[in-house]
Design a protein around this ligand. Sequence first.
Ligand SMILES: [Fe+2]
Ligand SMILES: [Fe+2]
Length: 194
Amino acid sequence: MMTLDQMMEKLKSELDEGRYMHSVNVMHTSLALAEHYKADSEKAALAGILHDCGKNYKGDRAREYIKQIGYPADEIEWVQTRLLHGIIGEHLARTQYGVLDEEILGAIRWHTTGRAGMNLLEKIVFVADYIEPLRSFDGVEEMRKVAFEDLDKCVVLCADSTIEYIVKKGVLLHPRTIETRNHSLILLKSRNTA
Ligand SMILES: [Fe+2]
Ligand SMILES: [Fe+2]
């Protein structure tokens, strides 16, 4: 596996400046969340810095990559190709950055939509992607606060925000985003009634 410095150098040369800065921020935010929730900080940093490493693959280029690796993209992913950068990112992390750790790979893979039953590292990167300091949208301050109070509650807020954004934009909404929201809400409810 590459060192963190080597990964950062490679990403810096491949991503545009804004995307690279976002990646560095997601790394720092993931680290802060990992410390707060006692997750593995090294894994959080690596997953954070690499989470968007597949972001250069868009449209037909993304479709080609996906065909090549044999991922069974569904109809929505096939149309909304930005949904594929997590899957592509996971593959690049494995093949170009030498990441073998399944937890790191999972956090990269699922960061775009989340999934039902995310593990701690997956939740951390999913949330860090929304709340990193460069993000500015209505409600982000509240999300930044909730992220350090209740991670599952913050996952719900992130999914809500995506759903609102996607509906307003009039593009396809992936069911995994809804599953992420529902699953986290069920977790919250079962915790509150326990
Ligand atoms: Fe992303
Ligand atoms: Fe991102």
